[in-house]
Each structure stands twice: as C-alpha cells, then as structure tokens.
Design a protein around this ligand. Structure first.
Ligand code: CAA
Length: 387
C-alpha cells in the first residue's frame, strides 16, 4: 500500500509482532498489576535489536530507519504500552542524542551498550518546579577551576526508566544568567557517588515502566561527559524531543489499535436486545470513527518519520510534523480507548479484560514528552511565526 514500506520493514514489523505476542503478552497484565519492571523481556528486546533500531551497527544498533522504528514501536505498544515507553526513551531520546551529539569516544563508551540493550538509558529534563516550561530549571552544574570536571547539584523528576537506568542524559544549568541558553547536557553514570534515585512513582498507567525522581548531591562529572558544548543543552533537549514525540505517537497508535480490535471482537460476539451489539448503529458509529482516526494517525506518523529521515540526510527540522503526529495520535488513543470501554460496558471497567489497561495507558501519551497543550503551542507558533 505504501511504496516506502519495504520487505525489510515488513520483516521487523513481523519480528516485533511475534516477540510481543510470544514474550510480552503473557506477562503484560501481571506486570501492570505489580508495577515490576520487565527486565528480562527488555534485555531480550535488546538482543533482537529493538533498543537501537536507527543506530548504525558499528554503534550497537541494527542500522534501520525511522519507518522501521515506528512499525516496531506500534507492534510492541499494541501488546504492552509499558514496553513501548521503555523502548521509545532508549531509542529516540537517548540513542538518538548520543549518535547526533556524542563524540566518537562517547559513542563507543555509552551508545554501544545502550543501543545493544546491555545497558538501559534515560532522559532527564523535567524538575519538580518545571515541566512544560522546561528551560526554567533550578539544578546546577559548576565547572571546577582547573576545568576538569563539573559538580552537579539538584533534583529532577518524572524520569522514565530512572530506577533501572545505567546511563542518564541530564539537562542542567551551567549559566543561570543566560536562561535557556545556559543549559548544558551531560551523560550521567548512575553508579557514581552523589547520584541517588527517589521512590518509584505509583502511576495510573504504563505501570511496568519505572519512573522516579533523581537527585544530585555534589555529583562529580568529568568534562568528557558533557554532551555538546556548554549552553547547547536546551536545543539538544528540544531537538531530541522532536524524535521522541514520533515514538510516542507510534506508541499511541499501538494502544488505539489494540482498543479498536478488542471493540470489534466484542461487538461481533456480545448480544443485547436479541442481536449482536455490532448491529446497533451507535456501536457501528464508534467503530467507524475509531478506524478513521487510527488511519489518520498512522498517516501523520509516516509523514513525521519521512520528514525525520529527510532531515537526517539533508539537515533541517521536523518539529512541526512530529508535534502534529504526537498530538493527533495521542488524542486518538485516548478517544479510542474511552470509546472501547464504553462499547464493552461493565466488562470494559473490569480488570478481567485488558481494555481498562489501554484506557489507563493511553492517558500518558497526552502528557509526557510535551502535553497536548504544548504540541498545540508548537504547531501554532510554526503556523503564525508569532510567539
Ligand atoms: N529543535 C531545535 N531547537 C529548538 C527547538 C527544536 N525542536 N525548539 C526550540 N528550539 C530553540 C529555539 O530556536 C530557541 O533558540 P534561540 O535560543 O537561538 O532563540 C530556543 O530553543 C528556545 O526556544 P523557545 O523560545 O521556543 O523556548 P520556550 O521557552 O518558549 O519553550 C516549549 C518552548 C515548546 C514550550 C518547550 O519548552 C517545550 O517543548 N516544553 C515541553 C517540554 C517537554 O516536552 N517535556 C517532557 C520531558 S521528557 C518526559 O516527558 C519524561 C520522559 O522521561 C520521557
């Protein structure tokens, strides 16, 4: 149907589908219930190449493109959005940043293990007092007089995968008087002194994806662990989020598809008033609208993925395409999951079926990596040129 989807793309889509069905589906409900991080299946995803899909083989990845990435993300998230979150942060935030901004030495030391899945990566921008207003941070990194290291102090919050991460991409302030132009990026090794993890957040959804605060108490970071130049951190954080938002859009698509498929099956089986509920027009309308919104989301995700692939060859940004895809796909996931619960009636509200999990998991896609409000702000600024 789409010329840009090759046989190789179909192979990774099938591999992700097979793995999700055989290894993730049997454990998804239990991990959702317990909130336990699925370390074993995440390691297996690394072995299969799903943790560094767009990273060249020489740096531990499988050297495929963004279309391959979104196809695999969709399949994994369709079965379990928690695995999708872990995969998305590792691929499109951490690996992408290290590949684009890292020195050769940083790539060998950090990208190779994170892309191959032997180490887990995390991305830390948000602070307790700054989420959407990402540039307004209180944490600090101070360069030593001899210029050999930075001393980092402060608290960051809502860091996906932080409880298990070996490497964290940190954005912190080196020159507060320069506001967002005073932010710098660092590669944090979590086994060093001065680094601590807070308690794992008890979340509504994506419960198997562990999230926590992290704190820095005179953490000593060698200058070699700075990613990019001093003051480039905000732009790195934003550019990397452009890639991350495509991953979240694909995750949302997977959740929406799972919710729609469950609804179709239920509409074909469940009877009321002497007929299948799928014969009622009010149910038909819900299913038809689900299908339209899901197909539209998929096209917007492909548009964003192709824009990213073009930008990686020719330069330029794909911020607009990425925000459009993330906004539309995440609101679609929430809408479809809400309708799916409604189609299922009481059973949609029961933990006996996965529909209530899709509903809880869908919500985060409208919040993290930029809320729907922030995506609308980004889109409107592009349209008008106004701020
Ligand atoms: N790529 C490159 N540069 C960019 C950029 C992008 N996508 N977006 C902005 N910039 C640059 C601008 O060009 C500007 O450059 P100059 O300094 O040269 O002028 C600079 O960054 C500042 O840009 P703005 O003036 O637009 O910045 P702002 O303060 O108005 O903020 C914002 C813009 C869109 C609101 C931004 O702060 C934002 O995206 N906020 C949401 C943050 C977010 O998504 N947080 C989620 C964190 S991750 C997470 O959810 C948890 C997890 O673990 C997954």
């Amino acid at each position: 149907m789409f010329d840009f989807i090759t046989e190789e793309h179909e192979m990774i889509r099938q591999a992700a589908r097979d793995f999700a069905q055989s290894a993730i589906a049997p454990i998804a409900a239990d991990h959702d219930e317990s909130g336990e991080f699925p370390l074993e299946t995440v390691r297996q995803m690394g072995t299969l190449g799903f943790m560094g899909i767009e990273i060249p083989e020489e740096y531990g990845g499988v050297g495929m493109d963004t279309i391959a990435y979104v196809l695999a993300m969709e399949e994994i998230s369709k079965v379990d959005a928690s695995h999708g979150t872990i995969m998305s942060v590792n691929n499109s935030l951490v690996c992408h940043a290290l590949l684009k901004y890292g020195t050769e030495e940083q790539k060998q030391k950090y990208l190779v293990p994170v892309a191959s899945g032997s180490k887990i990566g995390a991305y830390s921008l948000t602070e307790p007092m700054s989420g959407s207003d990402a540039g307004n941070m209180r944490s600090r990194a101070v360069l030593s007089e001899d210029g050999s290291h930075y001393t980092i102090n402060g608290r960051k919050s809502w860091v996906t995968s932080a409880p298990v991460a070996d490497i964290i991409l940190l954005f912190t302030m080196t020159s507060p008087e320069r506001a967002h132009r005073g932010i710098t990026a660092f590669i944090i090794e979590t086994d060093r002194e001065g680094f601590a993890r807070g308690k794992t957040e008890p979340k509504l959804g994506i419960r198997a994806s562990a999230t926590s605060e992290i704190t820095f108490d005179d953490y000593c970071s060698p200058v070699d662990n700075r990613l990019g130049e001093e003051g480039e951190g905000f732009k790195i954080a934003m550019a990397v989020l452009d890639a991350g938002r495509i991953g979240i859009a694909a995750q949302a698509l997977g959740i929406a598809e799972a919710a729609m498929e469950a609804s179709i099956k239920y509409a074909q089986e469940r009877e009321a008033f002497g007929q299948k509920i799928g014969e009622f027009q009010m149910i038909q309308q819900k299913l038809a609208d689900m299908k339209c919104r899901i197909d539209a989301s998929r096209l917007l995700i492909y548009q964003a993925a192709l824009a990213k692939m073009k930008a990686s060859k020719a330069g330029g940004r794909y911020t607009l395409e990425s925000s459009v895809a993330k906004l539309y796909a995440s609101e679609t996931a929430m809408w479809v999951a809400t309708q799916a619960v409604q189609v299922h009636g009481g059973m949609g509200y029961s933990k006996e079926l996965p529909v209530e999990r899709y509903f809880r998991d869908a919500k985060i896609t409208e919040i993290y990596e930029g809320t729907s409000e922030i995506q609308r702000l980004v889109i409107a600024r592009h349209l008008t040129g106004l701020r």
